[in-house]
Every structure is written in C-alpha cells, then in structure tokens.
Ligand binder design. Structure first.
Ligand code: HSE
Length: 436
C-alpha cells in the first residue's frame, strides 16, 4: 500500500522558521522511519523571503501570502512562526477553524489569548493546537506535563525559562561582565527576544510560567496578574555577595500551591548552591517539578536558539501528522477550566530574604536595623558587612529566616526612613535546599 504523505506549511521565515525548515529537511528520512509517517514541507510563506537561500527547497515552495498555506486544502498542518500577538493570532484561529493542525512556538500569544484560541479549536471538528516550542526551547516540558506526568498532582514548578537572563547572570558572575555588555553578547548569540526588555524584565518568563502553570494546575492563569520582577536591578556586587554566602542569583519563574492559594511569580532569587537549579548556567533552561507520586524531577536543556527550538517544533509537527494518520478527529485534550484562577496575594507569600542596605558606618546602626526587623517579626540568620567601604557608608547584607512578604515590605520601608540608611533596600527572595 502506498504511504500516505502529509504536507505542512511554515508561516514565517525568520530565525526560527529557517531553523525548522533546515533541520526538518536534514532529518526527513530519520523522522519518516521513526514516526511511520511520510511528512513533506510543501510551502513556506513570508512577506520577506530574504532567508530563502538558506532553505534547500524549489522556488515554487516559497510564497509571500500566508493564505496560500492556511487555505490550501492539501496542507493539513500549519506552522506559525511569525511571532507577536497581531496577525499571528488571526492566522492561527483561521487555520484552526479550517480544521487544520496548528503548531506554534508563540508563547506571548498562548499566554495572552490561549483561551480564545482553544475556543476556536473546540469549535472546529479536527482543529488541533500544539505549542511545545513555546516554553523551554528544546526541553519537551509540555509533553512531560501533559503525558509523562498525567497521573500526578503537581505541587510546584520552579523554573529557569529565560535563556537570555540566565546567560546574562552567568556572564556577570563568571566573568565579572557588566549587565549591558552581557545583554549585548546574548543578543549577538540569538537568544534574546526582538525586544530584549521582554527577557530582562521577566515578561518572557511570565508568558512561559502562565502556560506551564495552566497545564499543571488545569486552569488558565491571567499572565497580567502574575507578579513580575526582572534582573535589571541586580548588580555585580549582589552576585558576589550572594556567592560569598553560598548562593547564586537566578531569574526564577514559580507556580506553586501555597497555603493561601496558587502562587505564580517571576523574580530573581538567591539559590542555595545545593539546589539543582543553581547548576544551570548560560543559555540553558531547567524546569524543576514536584508532584505526587513522582516526587522531584528536573528537566534541563538549551532554552533558546534556532536549533533547540526547532527540535520542539519538529516534534509537534510529527505529533500533528500522527494525529492525522493514526486517529480520526482530535487527539490533544487540554481540559482547562474556563475561569482564570485567583492567585494568592503577594503580601501573604513566605520566603527567606536577602536584604542589602547602604548604611552609615558608625555605632548603633545595626541595632536600629535589627530593632525594625524584630518589630516586624523578622529574624536574621546572617549579617555580612564588607570591608570595601565606599567612604562614609558601607553595604550591609542580611539574610533572614522565613518571613512573610508583608512584614518584609513594611520593615524595608521603615528602614528607608531612618537617616543612617541611604537609598532603597535591595530585596531578593531566597530559595533554599528545602524548597527542592
Ligand atoms: N528569548 C527567549 C529566551 C527565547 O531567552 O529564553 C526562547 O523563548
């Protein structure tokens, strides 16, 4: 019997689109023999086809109008790689309503409009959505949550899911490079978003944790309600002080069940060197998952870049083709509740904290600071005052025991009001080995 061939089209021939096309064509035979399905790249669409030379396809395969893919009855799989939340959304919804399988790596779109997109998918009989490439580059974390851990109650996801920020923090730590230079280097290597503020201000991580949290906890999470703090305020000094105390600073994305409800946030944190996430450096990503019955588990891999991301997208293309080939209708079920969950109030969070103050170097200052902390139920575990005085004032670093966010915010605002403390208190949350 002749093998059934399933065709797909790529919309968007940018960095990732070019990578997917090249890597797919290079591995086409391997994919056929492993999947049992003949898959063919029929068309590639982009208004700007400047990268066409990099893709070994005939001229007839390149088109400028995405409609030539979305409306082509011979193309059941549409791969959207133009990014952004504008036309990409219209293309995806139209393709789903046309009954197509849609593959995308567009995390901003899924995080912001996932509910609307899935509603379009539900409306169509065979429309199906795949988005493995949206989180963690080459790490198959969505498959793990949806399939590998399907029998688990997930309790906690703590992840490093922005390669650019992780690269910057690692470069600052290892090479003493200032923030701006490390960012330029990450951009040059192709890790950063078109607008790198999405990376360093934590928006990209928020998009991704909204997606992982939704899959793990079965409910949409309004990503705009996620507390987000980026890494732009982290100094080389904070990294050095943290290291002296036995910690590394990482940008973490967290979704976990706490006493007060689901806690979802993105913030830099001091990570105990014994925590497995502390070993994740450079553009690598890792997702640490605690579930029952599985226990603790960590997925690790390259989180950004053309090749790793294309690995995830190609896996989705094969899943889509197998769904067409081996089943009738739709295989993917996401079962997300229609209601956005109410997230736990930030002021109720509990953590250990790193506090850095710039204080006058004279008697009685620490007593005042300790007094304020005590009045706010905060107990110190470590105090570090370094020799490197900048004149009249010195940095003093304190690590607290577990404390409630509200108490820490109040204490810091009181400290900032006393004369012997200059400027703002630097507050960074601390994740310890016990949080594994
Ligand atoms: N800009 C993203 C990152 C790319 O740095 O992780 C992958 O989503």
């Amino acid at each position: 019997m002749a093998e059934k061939v399933i065709q797909f089209g790529i919309i968007g021939l940018g960095y990732i689109g070019t990578g997917v096309a090249k890597n797919f064509l290079n591995h086409q035979n391997l994919i056929r023999s492993r999947s049992g399905v003949g898959i063919v790249l029929k068309k590639v669409a982009d208004v700007n086809l400047c990268n066409r030379e990099k893709v070994p396809l005939g001229n007839e395969c390149f088109v400028e109008d995405a409609k030539q893919i979305i409306d082509d009855p011979e193309i059941p799989i549409v791969v959207e790689l133009i990014g952004g939340t504008g036309v990409a959304k219209d293309f995806i919804i139209k393709a789903l309503l046309n009954g197509k399988k849609v593959v995308t790596a567009n995390k901003a779109l899924i995080a912001e409009y996932g509910k609307e997109i899935m509603a379009a998918m539900e409306k169509s009989k065979s429309g199906e959505l795949f988005f493995e490439g949206s989180v963690g580059g080459g790490i198959p974390v969505i498959k793990v949550l949806r399939e590998g851990f399907i029998g688990n109650e997930i309790k906690d996801i703590t992840a490093i899911i922005n390669g650019t920020s992780n690269y910057i923090l690692s470069d600052m730590e290892k090479n003493g490079v200032p923030f701006e230079r490390a960012l330029k280097s990450a951009q040059k290597k192709g890790f950063a978003e078109a607008d790198p503020t999405f990376d360093v201000e934590g928006t990209d991580s928020a998009h991704k944790i909204a997606i992982l949290g939704a899959l793990a906890f079965g409910t949409w999470i309004d990503y705009k309600k996620i507390y987000v703090e980026g890494i732009a305020g982290i100094t080389n000094q904070d990294i050095l002080y943290a290291r002296r105390l036995g910690y590394k600073i990482k940008l973490l994305a967290i979704a976990r069940k706490g006493g007060e409800g689901l806690e979802v946030r993105v913030n830099p944190a001091l990570l105990d060197l014994h925590h497995p996430l502390s070993a994740v450096d450079g553009a690598y990503n890792a997702v640490h998952i605690k579930g029952f019955p599985v226990g603790s588990s960590m997925l690790y891999g390259m989180g950004a870049g053309e090749d790793p991301t294309s690995s995830a997208i190609i896996s989705d293309i094969v899943d889509a083709a197998q769904s067409i080939s081996f089943s009738s209708g739709r295989k993917q079920v996401y079962s997300l509740s229609d209601h956005d969950i109410v997230l736990a109030d930030k002021m109720s969070w509990q953590s250990r904290y790193y506090l850095r103050i710039q204080a006058d170097d004279k008697p009685g200052v620490l007593a005042k600071v300790a007094g304020i902390l005590g009045e706010n139920n905060i107990s110190l575990s470590t105090v570090l005052q370094l020799d490197e005085s900048t004149g009249r004032t010195v940095p003093v670093i304190m690590l607290t025991h577990m404390a409630v966010e509200k108490d820490v915010v109040n204490a810091c605002s009181s400290m900032e009001k006393i004369d012997c403390i200059k400027g703002k208190v630097m507050i960074i949350r601390v994740l310890t080995e016990n949080d594994k």
